[in-house]
Design a protein around this ligand. Structure first.
Ligand SMILES: [Zn+2]
Length: 508
């Protein structure tokens, strides 16, 4: 083949068909052609983004920032230590709270040199933040920049008291949105994806930040804010992905089916869920109903933005931008990898950058376990954790704990889902006798008249007690009872309560 001929070669790439999460491309070079599929295509297709304060950025389609996301462990740990030193110094100089805190604790910021040294520092909680802001205090003691540098103000949802205030600089926006961008790219999002955001806008960070992130990747956002949008939105704008919660996406699918639209044929290739913990069974069911992958994310106003990659086995923590430690329940020691414990996080700042609200050793009151710090199948080296659960959603019965997620697992057994919508709520009551506890599980049926109630009960009990010998013992000696209540559509208590539904409520 001569060079003059080579110059005139017809070359290009064309998408020929797409099945959930895979797009097949037809690559043609003159008379030769090959069919490749998206994942491969993404690896060779490079989009270069202009440089900014974070240095030259490259999206390979597979990584958002390959150099950092695939960094060797030793190098990554060194980077983390460097950023811990800078962040601790920044806190001591710029945060009124930490200035006083270091003084009161008689800690010299320059002695905190590595992530193990964080163990020496006290742990703060949401209550600490609330105690150092109005109305408790005349000013916001966690604000760590001048007002002139505050770009936006945010609040947490305030489910447990006064909302916590967070101040974000423009640099915070860039770092937060980078975290989301890494997640989206790791989940296979590409330029041209059209994404409906069902997370709420307003003063929380998530939806706003994901919208900013879309620009980094070249995606289109449909900012619905809620999952109750009319089905015509899907027909008109042909979105390729939706960000929402498991239950909202199940409801949306039911609404679509009622309007004779099959979620599986709707063009949605990816669902991103977050905002709550869920069991693997409910994810599987959601994936089945929509015919596509369901990726989990764990984001918070405090700045954790962790997400599952295409490997779908744990959430990557952006270790260079947020430091996540897992502590024992008494918050004294780190637990070993693989062991469950409390998530305690610290902000990490790249050298020279500013931060609006900075947290060191912040107890999230969520629990998780580190799955691995080794390289993932996706190539990333940043550690992976299991889906975090809320401590507030864990209850104790006769010395044994169980979480909302355990109840959910009992509900979402596949055979149950022939009769159930998945909506449920559970209440714990004290029984008639001393020391007796009753768990009342209410389940929404598609049609209560036609529902295999005894089968559902059996499936639930079998799964719920599977790994809980202590509870199973209490169940056997009848000090712990489980009763079931089957309802028709929209008859659960949670439909009458505004805000995030509480699915496991302790009424003892
Ligand atoms: Zn991965």
């Amino acid at each position: 083949m001569g060079s003059s001929k080579a110059l005139k070669l017809r070359t290009g790439v064309k998408q020929i068909f797409r099945v959930p999460s895979r797009a097949f491309y037809f690559l043609y070079i003159d008379d030769f052609f090959i069919i490749i599929y998206l994942q491969l295509f993404r690896k060779v297709f490079k989009l270069v983004r202009s440089s900014d304060i974070m240095g030259e950025m490259t999206i390979t389609g597979h990584y958002f920032r390959e150099y950092i996301e695939t960094m060797e462990r030793g190098e990554l740990d060194a980077l983390i230590d460097e950023r811990i030193q800078y962040t601790v110094n920044y806190a001591a100089e710029n945060s009124p709270f930490y200035k006083k805190w270091f003084r009161d604790q008689r800690i010299k910021p320059e002695n905190i040199r590595s992530h193990e040294d964080l163990l020496e520092l006290p742990i703060i909680s949401g209550k600490t933040i609330r105690n150092y802001q109005p109305p408790e205090m005349p000013d916001f003691f966690f604000r760590s920049v001048d007002w002139n540098d505050v770009y936006t103000i945010h609040e947490t949802s305030g489910t447990s008291g006064t909302p916590k205030s967070f101040f974000l600089t423009w640099e915070d926006w860039q770092r937060y949105s980078e975290k989301y961008a890494r997640i989206f790219v790791s989940q296979g999002f590409v330029p041209g994806d059209r994404v409906v955001i069902c997370a709420s806008y307003g003063m929380n960070v998530g939806a706003n930040m994901m919208t900013a992130t879309a620009h980094e990747i070249g995606m289109t956002i449909i900012p619905e804010g809620k999952c109750t949008f009319p089905v015509r939105v899907i027909q008109s704008y042909r979105p390729t992905a939706i960000v929402g919660s498991v239950f909202k996406l199940l409801r949306l699918a039911r609404r679509m089916s009622k309007e004779h639209m099959d979620p599986r044929g709707s063009g949605i290739n990816q669902l991103v869920v977050g905002g709550e913990s869920f069991c693997e069974e409910s994810r599987k069911y959601l994936a089945e109903i929509w015919g596509c992958n369901v990726y989990n994310t764990y984001g918070s106003t405090e700045g954790t933005m962790c997400g599952e990659c295409s490997d779908l086995n744990g959430l990557h923590v952006p270790e260079d931008l947020v430091h996540l430690d897992v502590y024992d329940p008494r918050l004294q020691q780190f637990v070993s990898d693989g062991e469950c414990g409390r998530i305690v996080l610290s902000t990490l700042l790249p050298k020279g950058e500013k931060c609006g609200t900075l947290l060191l050793n912040y107890d999230t009151e969520d629990t998780t376990a580190v799955i691995t710090r080794d390289r993932c199948n996706c190539g990333r080296t940043h550690m992976k954790v299991v889906t975090p659960q809320r401590e507030a959603e864990t209850v104790w019965v006769a010395g044994s704990p169980f979480n909302k997620v355990d109840v959910e697992r009992g509900v979402f057994q596949r055979n149950n889902m022939e009769y159930l919508t998945g909506e449920y709520e559970a209440f714990l009551y004290g029984g008639h006798d001393e020391g007796e506890t009753v768990l009342r599980v209410s389940l929404e049926c598609i049609d209560p008249e036609n529902c295999d109630k005894s089968g559902i009960k059996e499936n639930f009990i079998k799964t719920f007690f599977l790994f809980k010998p202590g509870l199973a013992q209490s169940y056997d000696d009848e000090t712990f009872k489980v009763i079931f209540h089957f309802t028709g559509p929209e008859e659960l208590e949670l439909y009458r309560i505004k805000g995030r539904p509480r699915r496991l409520v302790d009424r003892r």
